[in-house]
Design a protein around this ligand. Structure first.
Ligand SMILES: [Zn+2]
Length: 846
């Protein structure tokens, strides 16, 4: 009895628990305003509070589950919330795997189900902060028990919400705003609260634009996000943004140009969504526009990347941004408030969920069709992308690591043959040789479209007016030889090549040699220098132990490192192994060909102190690329010096000064330029990156000159007085180059070009044209017919012929490196990273 009675009591307690707890819990969900303690829209909510609110909702609603998917550089949580009705929540895993089965990523057939997945991404640009406020209002509306309408949508819809993609940028903005604003916001645009200080909240910790990084995954936030994104593959994706504060609202359908890989269905459904959004905007008399400005071409945005993964990917843009604060007075006399901004984003959030729910079955069916086409009937001219197996193994590994993250499959050619193909290196169709074991990326696979987009030679623009880069073929980005084929070959499954590193030399070798080929070698050098190992580099090719070594080979001799005694060998070998790089031990300095290891042509490399100009006037993204390069890619110390202190900076504290892109002409006064010249003359090295070169033109002592424009025909056209005003934008594109790939002819005997062959494929970002240096080394130059891929206006193309890309001017004991093309742009041009390493470490040691 006793036992029985206790059992009954237990049952009763359980019974009570099961049936009363959820009801009680639901009634406790607080609105954002109640939870935050202020009316939503009257203050900016810091990241931790947004996260707390989502957690609160998840704790009190069986319709919500939250998941931490990562952390930012500054340690803030990245979170996803999954929202649906209770039956769907209990079979979330089934819904997820159904989608992956439809995509062919997971084996097996999906269950009979047409639950659609709608993914809402808020606040990728930190100072476009209204969307995270909208996210809180949205989730509350989805779970609030007395809203029956949202509940009806959630019967066949799972909403995945990322409330804040860029928490570091968001909090940089919000923290600054809070300390800047008075008791009441000042709506006058002149008030300081409308003018963020450098670098602004748009970017992440390293000043990267995360909305340019979806395909390249150079940033931590992107890598962690793509991992979960690939686990779900939503049918619909929205990326929420803000634009100029005088603008109306923008939503899909997007503007031209569309990438050709976008399907008719993906275009059509953007109209369906757009019309639904328009319905609510019309009801409220809110202004909006569609089909302008925001195009769908560059694959690394929050709209295009999901599109190339089978989603209906879209960007929504609200007026506002960092300038708008909590309220700002507009030209027509209205005040744009945070409440307006979040209400609009909230409205399109719900409208998108509604219209997706209404078309759930069609969306799911079309999603399945998309992936079926990908695997069985892939579109596009090219069917195979070949990557030669004898490419540098580090470059291969870096590329395959990227493909793995995008779930793009690759394999190997099963037999050798010769056939017609497009050779990336020559830019021509010709007979090409495929060897058994060469790597193949086939478009017959689930991620067919993404493979096509990343590798397709000369991606075709349906319309030329775009404001982003128009070429990004990965063969060029990674510096890999290979081809594109229009015919299908058999593919043997394969994984990325393993590198065999064997650093266990015994005895007392005379020296260690390390080849100089890619970014990993720069990382190795940086580490050796940090450990105070003395390093030299060969400025001539040589042969020893029957092995040939090219220019740039690092030479660590026992003689130079006597002070390290016995630990020298262990240190060099351990560091090399940690970097997965081979160091070859040699027993003699006497070479078979070339100069002996003790020759003066094997030059001593100094452990350099590097400064990078940053702060007001500099381009934050340009600073960020260089900072990230030193801090996260090669792990070598760099000192960021603010432009505000630059006038007082003692240059003799540094060996290298890097000028990033930007406009800080006012900091380069004649007297400061004289200081810089004196510093260079006594051994300093100045590196000018991208638009920084503009600031050095015509400065005393600097040999950089603009190329003279003297084409008579061009002048005639420019003076065409009958150009139509309506066509002015289109007429102007003849002068455009927003980003295309150029063949740069290299002088491989100069240290700036060590590790490269005669051609380097460079991403050229504008039409800045500089003449060859009269007194200096023209190490990398653009000649005729150098455009390999991308859109470029014919005038810009002409203007760029016979111009300087990479040059070195010696000045006294020092040097100036002009890098007209920015090899670190968005950190995704892997093959440019060695070039930058050459500029920092090798140039000037002669
Ligand atoms: Zn934005």
């Amino acid at each position: 009895m006793m036992r029985r009675s206790r059992f009954t009591t237990l049952l009763l307690v359980l019974f009570w628990g099961i049936f009363t707890l959820p009801l009680q819990a639901q009634s406790e969900i607080e609105s954002p305003s109640a939870f935050l303690g202020y009316k939503l829209g009257t203050h900016w909510t810091p990241h931790y509070k947004v996260i707390e609110y989502f957690r609160h909702v998840a704790e009190h609603s069986p319709m919500v589950k939250v998941e931490k998917y990562g952390e930012t550089n500054e340690g803030r949580e990245l979170m996803l919330a999954f929202v649906s009705n209770e039956p769907n929540m209990s079979r979330l895993e089934e819904i997820r795997t159904n989608n992956l089965k439809r995509a062919g990523i997971v084996d097996g057939a999906p269950t009979v189900d047409s639950t659609v997945i709608v993914w809402l991404s808020y606040n990728v640009h930190g100072n476009e902060a209204s969307s995270s406020e909208a996210a809180m209002k949205t989730i509350y509306e989805l779970v609030r028990p007395d809203d029956a309408q949202t509940k009806s949508w959630l019967k066949n819809t799972v909403v995945v919400m990322d409330p804040m993609l860029n928490p570091d940028g968001h909090d940089r903005y919000v923290h600054w705003y809070k300390e800047t604003v008075g008791d009441q916001p000042n709506i006058d645009v002149d008030s300081r609260e409308h003018h963020e200080p450098w670098p602004g909240g748009r970017y992440n910790h390293y000043y990267f634009d995360l909305n340019r990084d979806w395909a390249w995954l150079t940033q931590k936030e992107s890598r962690q996000r793509i991992k979960v994104f690939q686990k779900w593959l939503p049918e619909v994706h929205v990326d929420f943004h803000e634009m100029g504060y005088e603008e109306p609202y923008y939503f899909a359908p997007a503007a031209k140009p569309f990438h050709k890989a976008i399907t008719d269905w993906q275009r059509q459904f953007q109209y369906t969504i757009g019309r639904n959004n328009a319905k609510y905007f019309n009801q409220n008399d809110w202004l909006f526009f569609t089909r302008e400005v925001y195009d769908l071409f560059y694959p690394s945005y929050g709209d295009t990347y999901p599109i190339f993964n089978g989603s209906i990917g879209m960007t929504y843009e609200q007026a506002g941004g960092g300038i708008a604060g909590l309220g700002i007075l507009k030209e027509e006399g209205d005040t744009l408030t945070l409440n307006d901004r979040l209400t609009h984003h909230f409205t399109t959030s719900l409208s998108t969920i509604e219209v997706s729910s209404q078309h759930a079955k069609k969306l799911v069916d079309e999603f399945a069709k998309y992936y079926d086409t990908a695997q069985n009937n892939p579109q596009g001219k090219y069917k195979m992308f070949v990557i030669k197996a004898d490419n540098d193994p580090d470059k291969l590994q870096a590329l395959f690591h990227l493909l793995d993250q995008h779930q793009i499959e690759y394999g190997k050619a099963m037999r050798s043959r010769t056939l017609d193909g497009y050779n990336y290196k020559t830019g021509k169709n010709e007979r090409v040789r495929i060897n058994s074991g060469d790597y193949l990326v086939s478009v017959y696979q689930p991620k067919s479209v993404m493979a096509r987009v990343l590798f397709e030679p000369r991606p075709e623009l349906a319309d030329s007016v775009t404001y982003d880069i128009t070429a990004w073929e990965q063969h060029y980005a990674y510096g890999l030889d290979g081809y594109a084929l229009t015919q299908r070959l058999d593919v043997q499954p394969a994984s990325a090549p393993k590198k065999n590193v064997n650093n266990n030399a015994t005895g007392s070798p005379y020296a260690y040699l390390a080849r100089w080929q890619d970014l990993q070698d720069v990382g190795l050098l940086a580490d050796l220098l940090k450990h105070d190992i003395k390093v030299r580099f060969a400025s001539q090719p040589f042969k020893i132990n029957d092995q040939s070594y090219e220019r740039g080979t690092l030479v660590m001799t026992r003689s130079d490192n006597k002070t390290l005694g016995k630990s020298f060998d262990q240190l060099v070998q351990d560091i090399a192994t940690a970097h997965n790089q081979q160091v070859d031990a040699v027993a003699t300095g006497f070479v078979q060909a070339g100069s002996d290891l003790g020759s003066s042509t094997v030059r001593y490399l100094k452990k350099l102190r590097v400064a990078l100009l940053s702060g007001s006037g500099t381009s934050a993204t340009s600073v960020g690329e260089v900072w990230h390069y030193f801090d996260r890619q090669i792990n070598y110390p760099v000192t960021l010096v603010n432009t505000d202190n630059f006038g007082r900076l003692d240059l003799t504290d540094f060996d290298v000064l890097i000028l990033p892109g930007g406009n800080y002409r006012d900091k380069l006064t004649d007297s400061r330029i004289k200081d810089i010249r004196d510093w260079i003359s006594s051994g300093g090295k100045l590196i000018a990156v991208g638009s920084a070169n503009r600031l050095l033109v015509n400065k005393e002592g600097f040999n950089l000159k603009r190329k003279e424009g003297n084409d008579k025909n061009d002048d005639k056209q420019e003076n065409n007085l009958l150009n139509s005003y309506g066509e002015r934008q289109r007429n102007n594109i003849v002068n455009y180059n927003t980003g295309s790939v150029f063949r740069v002819t290299m002088d491989t005997s100069h240290p700036l070009a060590f590790g490269y062959d005669d051609n380097y494929f460079s991403l050229k970002l504008n039409s800045d044209a500089y003449a060859y240096l009269k007194d200096g080394w023209n190490v990398g130059v653009t000649k005729e017919d150098a455009v390999m891929s991308g859109f470029i206006g014919y005038k810009a193309k002409k203007k760029l012929e016979d111009t300087l890309d990479f040059g070195v001017q010696n000045m006294g004991r020092g040097s100036i490196v002009y890098m007209v093309d920015d090899p670190l742009f968005r950190a995704f041009w892997y093959n440019g990273k060695l070039l930058f390493g050459n500029a920092v470490f090798l140039v000037g040691n002669d």
